[in-house]
Design a binder for this molecule. Sequence first.
Ligand code: 0WE
Length: 180
Amino acid sequence: MADGLGGLDGVVHSIAFARAHDLEGRFTDTAREDFLLAMDISAYSLVAMARRAEPLLEARGGGAILTMTYLGGIRVVPNYNVMGVAKAALDASMRHLASDLGPKGIRVNAISAGPVRTLAARSIAGFPTMEAIVEERAPLRRNVDADDVGNAGLYLMSPLASNVTGTTLYVDAGYHAMGM
Ligand code: 0WE
């Protein structure tokens, strides 16, 4: 890859999973197996991906890794449950990877998006209610769409963010700033 033909400039990590029955009811009732499944797919996958991407990014003289997180990793969002715990692990993993890979010129960041209406969102009970709450309370009084997230992702992956690493960029119409 020293020939300049191989390698990667960046990698976007955008995968999460919890059993549907764990995204409702009490977090207290989460089974060990389901907890580990959510952590494995939603948090460890970033570590596994970063380790494999590292030599490919290094071959290009550095690069960027981006992951997708959610407010439910730092605060209690009803029903987010085990996914909140997995996002907390993902956030901490992002910072540790930023520390490890920074000396190689590899930046690692996260976007914390507001709820986005996607295919997966359709199966989440109470999603329309969440959209209504965001429209009512977020400073910008509107919901976030995929383009909003894509634009912020383009920034973080680009040289415009050349000295930005180990951080979370909120793309949530300002919702996270509110206390009530
Ligand atoms: O991270 C997420 C959801 C990710 C997700 C979605 C599903 C649906 C289908 C993970 N696992 C599954 N498993 C399935 O079987 N979000 C940020 C969106 C989301 O999900 C919620 C939310 C929000 C916001 C679930 C409960 C409460 C709020």
